[in-house]
Design a protein around this ligand. Sequence first.
Ligand code: 0A1
Ligand code: ZN
Length: 889
Amino acid sequence: MREGTAPLIRREDYTAPAFWIRTVDLTFDLDPAKTLVINKMAVERNPDQPGASLRLDGEDINLTRVLVDGEPVSFRVENQQLVLDNLPDQPFALEIRTTCAPGKNTQLSGLYTSGGGFFTQCEALGFRRITYFLDRPDVMSVYKVTLKADKLKYPVLLSNGNLVEQGAIDADRHYAVWEDPHPKPCYLFALVAADLVSREQRVRTRLGKEHLLQIFVRAGDLDKTEHAMQSLMASISWDEIRFGLSLDLERFMIVAVSDFNMGAMENKGLNIFNTKFVLANPATATDVDFGNVESVVAHEYFHNWTGNRVTCRDWFQLSLKEGLTVFRDQQFSQDMAGSASARAVKRIEDVRTLRQLQFPEDAGPMAHPVRPDSYMAIDNFYTATVYEKGAEVVRMMHTLVGEAGFAEGMKLYFQRHDGHAVTCDDFAQAIADANPESELTKRLDQFKHWYTQAGTPRVQARGSYSAEHKTYTLHLSQNCAPTAGQPAKLPFVIPVAMGLVAHDGRNLNLHLEGEALPIGTDTVLVLSEPEQTFTFVHVPVEPVPSLLRGFSAPVVLQAELGDDALFTLLTHDKDPFNRWEAAQRLALRRLLQAVSGHGPAELDPRFIQALRGVLRNAELDAAFKELVLTLPSEAYVAEQLDTVDPQRIHTARESLKLQLAKALHEDWIWAWEQHNDCGAYSPDPVSSGRRALANLALSMLCLDGATRHNPIWTGKAFQRFKDANNMTDRLGALGALVNSHADLAPDALSRFHEQFRDEPLVIDKWFTLQAAAPEKDGKVFARAKALMQHPDFTLRTPNRARSLLMALCQMNPAAFHRPDAAGYVFWADRVIEIDSINPQLAARLARALDHWRRLAEPYRTAAREALGRVMAKPDLSDDVREIVTRALQ
Ligand code: 0A1
Ligand code: ZN
């Protein structure tokens, strides 16, 4: 375990490695208690660093032998590094033998056991927990791997690349030899030895090559693998068509594992997945799960080019692969969604995630640039900023050079860098160089502030109309608040997609002053100065500006539009994203008034009528309606406030929700009746949208019914819960009961548990539902705490721990932030407890108090105390120490 105070690692300190490791020949004698690893490497000195010692990283492993060219040599082990001095200038063979104990590896980094099998996780720094190595992504080697294990317990033996040999060792043990021809960094190494079954599919790609696709799961889960296989095949075709990138391996394998710290891992040819993101069938997975499986399968597959063929020079460049790959999986999911409306729904969901996770991160103690400058534990930087904001940065480049220009840029990127470990600068340069006339290329250095500066920029917009001259002048300005270590920010390059909408509903033709011709009903303005003015001519009537269409940049827009203007956009904007955004702004304004106590506690008829208009509009899709009719989250409301009282926000939001439930009662009944029968289950966007709207309607009807002690709708929900033919509807009905605190909820919960007791992913949902329910009189907190004692609960399986603890501490502010501080005491106890088992998991939970400084009293003082308690743990891991230190700074 890495303990004590690790030094800060800085981007500017990067130096090339002193040696290269060209080939690696690994032999594993697998045993949970003591696995022997023989590592034979072909090593070459980097001629730029003559005389340097070789320093190999290692952690939690026992060294038994070191040979250079077959001879024992002297060595030192110093600060978790094996140091060899006086090595030859000529290439040499280095052999290292170590042992490790996979059965005791509760951190789930390196080689570990799960459900009786062996699995690995090497990103970011797990390989050093398997053998001594240059554990850095710029050292790329060709691997040969021999696995030896008990035949009965571990019938399936897998590693990267191609299977070249397999057979029996003796009556009990067998072996397999795998070779991966593609040089790779060690974080992409993987092995699996387990008792698994597989779904197989042969495909022929556009290049005419045949490939074998395999998905390995535990026996009994095979009926949950079809969707992942379909998603994989769709991803393979999409990457060929959109980017001309083909599968470069004979065999592509996905393996599902129940114990996993993250979502999934793109090991070359052998992706290892958290079961949550691969297993799905209608009986056990919701529409959201189906969508997640599709995008995570795509994400890991796309990494084969963006991450594996071209990898990162150092971990500061993480967004080079993650931002780009998230952008690619988002584009893929939009294309899979099909219709313009379904694409918009996907975009709205992505932006909701960005605002919910990344904006708060950028405004808190963990704020960091997309390309960070320093870290203590790199595991803490697999963040919403690196992933989601990183994807927005790539999306802005795409907007500035256009789809065809971006494809050209990608081509150039692979021509230049295939097989190499490179930087974010190299990527941006390739996109720019392929598009010499673009706005990106003209301002490339300035554009790169998106990589170097943390914080969410604010864009202010003011417009004025001259009826006399028929001109509309739009004044845009930008600023970005200081973040830790960055007191003053330079202006960003911000693409502002926009249009002008007349109050009568017309989307006006845009004609910029000085341009010969109008440019259609939408355009992209580029804001690159602190302030800029854009004038439109021949504007027939006073328009409402529709700015940042499709959320064209990750900024906070302050447009100061009145209700009239927002109602116009909600009804008429041609951009569905901005229609949704207008409804969110209208709702947010009312929520903030309710929280502050300034303004009416009652919702105004006009707002209610507008929402009714959306709900009843025959031209809009159900999925879009569900998004418009869902109030902004408590976390998003908190984001807008300098001082946060979570209980006040909760009370205000619950009150508005209840008002909507009551005021639209007849409309919810209509929505339920029109949408609740979707026939045979299919996860397509139209059917899933209908289910989402029906379930929202049901939850609103139950909420209203429960407050009036009217059992009709809770009774219907209970019936639905029992009869549903798919998990989305069953869980939707159960949620309607639990979230309205209906009398029937406990009975439904125990039936649900009984029915799905053998489905771990469904039991996770059962924990989450209870821990994330709207708080009422402290009962939700008490229940969540009691669930820790449930026989199915364990802190050792990350999915299970997250299902209860993240739901309570991250997703349920009103249950967590209690005036009696019991939530914080509980949190500190859990962080301390998990830290000794799995520091990465503990560090994720530790982030629940990132925003303690903005809390109102008495929360603030109590939260500070809880952070202090965690900090005082004697052997605190670097992972948690980094999070808590930053929070307290
Ligand atoms: N590269 C993976 C994410 C990942 C990172 C770290 C892991 O273990 C600590 C596992 C997975 C991805 O982006 O999907
Ligand atoms: Zn990734």
